[in-house]
Design a protein around this ligand. Structure first.
Ligand code: NAI
Length: 495
């Protein structure tokens, strides 16, 4: 039985940091060193201001940092000393070349594999924790075989991470399952057992699934594709609800009580964001195309298209309700993180809703409790968002320090992230300070219980998946609605 005494984790990001902090807390006899090329990030991990916000993370880190949990930029030393190396580096979509925008860019994974082959000695288990295309482990093995010296013996495992940001610590401590894929050889079996013995310290045996490497790699992509597909499915139904008078929350409840369907992940919204769903679905699409499975590729591609459509549709509804023009109108945009309880903004729907509103000249006053001003400005200044007009962001975007400031003198409030604090705002105070008619667009259905109250205050409340109220020209009749869709804003957004 291989005994693991030292672990190295390459990549101190949203996955590497929390995962290894929990492993260190659960396995006091194992020394865990998390390394990264980003010195700023490592410095933050060693400080009181961790580089990422995640409920419960600070406590876990503080319980073992400096004892058996270390953060370092000395990558070679940590690799050399480790019995087991997690690769938790980023695997973004390629931004150029073949597969641009869809295939996973494996350059960071490859750099890790080459570094391990270069500086490693003795027996090591190398674990792919990053999300990778199927058969990536084979590429890693080939790099090892072509580069390793005789004093290095490496086994490669796949152990994809299923944590969700915002609930990462709970997900890591009480996972639905842990998946380990490895070689179907005696050495592969021993490596699987060694990794399994780590998780067994706190995860029940029946929740640890072992498979061959390719099933494990594909399961991660498939899991994210299924989750994203559920969101796009309910969002597609939300469009139908808005057109018919059905309420998507009621539909979701009614279908979710069917045990075969289940109630989770049936919340209509302005679409999914985050660093994973879009990139992993696109990666799957690319894989299908590369394997000459165009029908399968098209099926999954549609999940992304509905997500884009939902964001455009929501922005078009805001513009439509505001009498088809938002030019120079102040809009209080609440929430910029891609979901609550995280400060992560990668692929956040807020970015795209902001873009569409900026395209129409709206003046956005953005508030998020966990996202820094610099991050918001950086996200909105990306060339695909600001349409090569970098001045646009300084002209149109103000980052507010509190939600009341964001909404003061605004024509509308647009809720983009489901932060709990937005349910508890003093809406009477907000209403008084807004221009009239005062609109609230609830892109996350977090104010459902408050609609009556908000309407009594005087707000016009517009919410995803519920019929547009009478005031809005879109709904008047089939004819008018078609005409209204010709309105410049809607036409431009191509809904
Ligand atoms: P991240 O971008 O937050 O962190 C990756 C880190 O790796 C960065 O700090 C970067 O500096 C470092 N890095 C890159 N190349 C390096 C190298 N050669 N040597 C040392 N450090 C290097 O990424 P995140 O979110 O932690 O994701 C990591 C992987 O986990 C990705 O494949 C992602 O798809 C997957 N994943 C992410 C989840 C999430 O919720 N963020 C959930 C499950 C899987």
């Amino acid at each position: 039985m291989v005994v693991i005494k030292k672990i190295c984790c390459i990549g101190a990001g949203y996955v590497g940091g929390p995962t290894c902090s929990v492993i260190a807390q659960m396995c006091k006899d194992i020394a865990v060193t998390v390394v990264d090329v980003n010195a700023e990030r490592i410095k933050a991990w060693n400080s009181d201001q961790l580089p990422i916000f995640e409920p419960g993370l600070q406590e876990v880190v503080e319980s073992c940092r400096g004892q058996n949990l270390f953060f370092s930029t000395d990558i070679d030393k940590a690799i050399k000393e480790a019995d087991l190396v997690f690769i938790s580096v980023n695997t973004p979509s390629k931004t150029f070349g073949i597969g641009k925008g869809r295939a996973a860019d494996l350059k960071y994974i490859e750099a890790c594999a080459r570094r391990i082959a270069e500086v490693g000695i003795g027996n090591k288990i190398v674990v792919e924790k990053s999300t990778v295309p199927v058969r990536a482990a084979e590429s890693i093995r080939r790099i090892f075989n072509a580069n390793t010296k005789c004093n290095l013996n490496l086994q490669v495992l796949s152990n994809p991470e299923f944590l969700a940001e915002g609930t990462a610590i709970n997900d890591l401590k009480n996972p639905d399952r842990v998946l380990i894929g490895g070689d179907e050889t005696p050495e592969g079996g021993k490596a699987i057992q060694a990794l399994k013995s780590i998780y067994q310290r706190w995860v029940p045996e029946n929740k640890i699934i072992t498979t061959n490497t390719w099933s494990s790699e594909l399961s991660k992509l498939a899991a994210n594709a299924f989750l994203a597909q559920r969101i796009s499915s309910i969002n597609s139904i939300s469009a139908l609800c808005e057109a018919t008078g059905a309420d998507v929350e009621e539909v979701a409840h009614a279908i979710g009580t069917d045990q075969r369907i289940g109630s989770k992940f049936l919340k209509a919204s302005i679409g999914f964001g985050g660093s994973c769903f879009q990139k992993d679905v696109l990666n799957l699409v690319y894989l299908c195309e590369a394997l000459n499975l165009p029908e399968v590729a098209r099926y999954w591609q549609q999940v992304i298209e509905i997500n884009d459509y939902q964001r455009r549709r929501f922005a078009a509804r805001v513009i439509g309700c505001l009498f088809n023009t938002v030019t120079d109108k102040k809009i209080g945009l609440l929430g910029f993180a891609f979901k609550k309880n995280t400060g992560d903004t990668r692929e956040s729907s807020s970015i795209y809703v902001s873009k569409y509103l900026m395209d129409e000249g709206a003046k956005l006053h953005i508030f998020d409790p966990k996202v820094k001003k610099e991050q918001i400005i950086q996200d909105l200044s990306q060339t695909n968002i600001c349409d090569d007009d970098p001045d646009r962001v300084s002209r149109l975007v103000t980052v507010a320090l509190d939600p009341y400031e964001a909404c003061k003198n605004a024509h509308a409030i647009v809720i983009c992230t489901e932060w709990d604090m937005f349910k508890e705002l003093d809406y009477e105070k907000i209403y008084k300070a807004m221009l009239k008619p005062a609109f609230i667009f609830d892109g996350r259905r977090i104010l459902d219980g408050l609609h009556e109250k908000l309407q009594r205050i005087g707000f016009q409340v517009e919410t995803i998946g519920k019929k547009v109220t009478e005031l809005i020209p879109f709904t008047a009749s089939k004819e008018t609605s078609r005409n209204d869709l010709q309105a410049p804003a809607a036409k431009k957004l191509k809904i």
